[in-house]
Write a protein of this length. Sequence first.
Length: 518
Amino acid sequence: MNPFIYLVTRKAKNGIKEFLRKPSKIIFVLFFLLILIFSFRTSTASAPEAFYRDKSEFFAIVFALYTYAFFMTAKNGFINGASMFSMADVNILFTSPLKEKSILTYGLIQQLSKSLTLGVFILYQSSLVNSVYGLSSSSLFAVLVGYGAVIFLGQMFATVIYALTCSDDKTVLKGKTVFYGIFLLFACILLFNTYLSGISVEGLVSAAENKIMYLCPVSGFISFAVRGVIEGESTPLLSGLCIYFTLCFVCYIILSKIKGDFYEDVLKATQISYSAITARKEGKVAETAPRNVKTGKTGLGKGFGASAVTYKHKKENKRSNPLLISPVSLTMAAFSLIYCLMFSGENIALFVINVYTMSMTVCIGRWAKEFTYPYIYLIPETNFRKLLYLLKADIPLIALESGLCFAPLVILGSCGIIEGISMAVSRFTFGLLFIGVNLVLQRFTGDSEKKVFTVLIYFFLSVFFSLPAAAVGTITGAAFPFNPEIIYIVMAIINSIISLVLIYICRNVLEYSEHNNR
């Protein structure tokens, strides 16, 4: 039997066996399949065509998604590279008497399946896309395939970039200059065309439809091809596919020819990826460090006892991001700006989306990482005092992010200042609520990154503890339909009470977390 066919079939068979032996994974997959089926079923109810928004907006969103995905994937080539193999593949394939091109081909095929899996979240937008733009679920399948193609080629570009630049820091600097310069050039072209077309959503969409934007690396011609599929035009599809496969072939030749072999570069990238995966399985968090670290001022400068943890987190936040504004915060602020331009008057929907997104990001703050380190347990102070100082540095960041998310609404006049402040305060209290839910999980289950089933528990607990605020907010909205700020203030009060109760109940969480994380 061909060794690669045997390896693929054996991995698939073992993966199915492992899946069937873990009920938590089965429940997790069934749960998301039910959500997907529900999304498809609700997308069948169509509205009159007159109520649909221009499909050009949808294609502009797809272009932005592809550009962001490719940029974030390919730029890893300047840091640690990207690997198409696991450590098991390295141990088995790299030591076997097989041709390098055969091994590379196997890695690329394996990466293609992973790339498609990463884009499954797109299918869950079926109901929204159908109700807003009148597009069917088959259109989202085309977007999903395009997203997988973007990620796949982005991984190849990252590997090529790493192989070409890893040996010299000057080459890295030149590569970064070219890479960032190209995307900056297209961003300037987009902004300039938006200015000429008029600073509005229509102007931005018109600028994104300019033929020059189709030359944007990878994302431009793939979004062009996807548009051809959705609109039933063969010319965009064929031209996009030709360019895509040409680039794949060029990357393949470079990887198979550069330096005579690609073992060293792939092995290093694979080791870094494997270390990160192992750390997550063990409940640890491995942060990416730059290749060259400049030594500046050392020490905390302030803090004594439990308060030293707060200043430690502040120093780490400042060193990782001098602006103290995370990419997630900037992304949400940009999303709020675009959303309020496109859907004026739908502030409650934007608020719900912000809260939903925050529920998935608030649990990865520095306070959550500290549970996996031994230092917090060695401080000779009460557990409740240590817990409060543990949360002290991250809570202001949640407040800052909440303010940034709703500042565009106030600036553009989509809501008043009082309403904007009340929305930010309410979102902040939801952040406290999700922190309380995470503490409950830490108290009773240990680190949540170890168990897939714990993700479902977190989801249900978040919904459960959010229901009182949502229910009271709905009743208040019926009583005061023309005063939305009252709704957010009431929700903030309910959330504050529940979150403080949860934090107090888990005041001794540090007595049990170290044992649970073993």
